[in-house]
Design a protein around this ligand. Structure first.
Ligand code: SF4
Length: 306
């Protein structure tokens, strides 16, 4: 049986991806609405660090000068707008205010606008395929806070969103788990090891080995270190090819388990539309709950108490 969590996960989001037209040129997108009914399984908190800095809309676009977002917080880089005006102090205040709001809201995850010098995490430019000099200034803060980070654009891909969601649930379950003994550690790893291996087999093996090498006597400090390493792995970005290949593996296992009853899953996955593919993944989740099917790909699920 999968682990079921009932408490809704609170997610922060770059406001320009939650329907607010707050980009420097008044652009904005609603990337949450297409989640439809699933949107209500989470509680969303939109924030815009640049608007909270008091820069207004529309405004000159800003850029980091002299380094990346981490350098910015070490006072080794500055934030300037297109006219060359130094807006470092305003942006510092804006970022801090947003983080405070996110903490008040109790967010455990953040959906960020990739490519922004403020909210970007793995890219700070949208030009061609360049990465810029990541992370952005607010992105650097988000990384420091150990939040689960999801690029906003991935909400538009049903398969990528499915992958992020299953890992988000696992991440939040583990983060909330109070570990008081070794038995609990082993049980947690038993639930999460497959999903960790799917993100990075080598790193998962290292985490497993670290667990096996823990001192005989339970040490809360070692348990915390192990937990942090597992959380970091769970939030690591994956690739479309990797996600699809692990999903195919689960699908094949599912068919083998239920065949010939699994008539609801008949066509070869490669021929299915991505929407149909995700529908099938959801039906695997459902059977995991109703028929105690061991679906290792989604070890933690959310179900509304109602
Ligand atoms: S990327 Fe971040 S700072 Fe820029 S408009 Fe969107 S929310 Fe505001």
């Amino acid at each position: 049986m999968p682990i079921i969590i009932h408490e809704k996960i609170r997610i922060g989001v770059s406001a320009c991806n939650a329907g607010a037209r707050v980009r420097w040129n008044r652009a904005g997108w609603d990337r949450i609405a297409p989640l439809n009914r699933e949107m209500t399984s989470f509680v969303w908190t939109p924030v815009c660090p640049e608007v909270m800095s008091g820069l207004g809309v529309p405004r000159d676009p800003v850029r980091i000068s002299g380094g990346n977002g981490r350098d910015f917080w070490k006072a080794a880089a500055r934030m300037k707008n297109r006219s060359g005006e130094d807006v470092t102090e305003q942006v510092r205040s804006g970022c801090r205010d947003c983080l405070e709001a996110l903490k008040r809201a109790g967010v455990e995850a953040f959906v960020f606008m990739e490519g922004s010098p403020s909210c970007g995490v793995y890219r700070t430019t949208l030009k061609n395929k360049r990465l810029g000099n990541p992370p952005g200034v607010f992105g650097a803060m988000l990384l420091e806070e150990d939040l689960f980070l999801i690029p906003a654009l991935d909400l538009e891909s049903p398969i990528k969103w499915w992958d992020w969601r299953r890992r988000l649930h696992a991440f939040c379950w583990l983060k909330r788990l109070q570990i008081d003994g070794k038995e609990q550690l082993y049980t947690a790893w038993h639930h999460l090891k497959f999903i960790c291996q799917e993100v990075d087999r080598q790193e998962a093996q290292a985490i497993g080995a670290r667990l096996a090498g823990l001192p005989k006597r339970f040490s809360p400090q070692s348990a915390e270190q192990w937990k942090s390493a597992t959380l970091r792995l769970l939030r690591r970005p994956s690739t479309f090819a990797r996600i699809t290949s692990v999903m195919l593996k689960h699908w094949a296992h599912y068919r083998k388990h239920f065949n010939p009853e699994a008539r609801d899953i008949t066509a070869p996955v490669r021929e299915l539309s991505k929407y149909k593919f995700v529908e099938e993944l959801l039906s695997m989740e459902k059977r995991a709950v109703t028929e105690s099917y061991d679906f290792e790909g989604a070890p933690v699920l959310f179900r509304d108490k109602r």
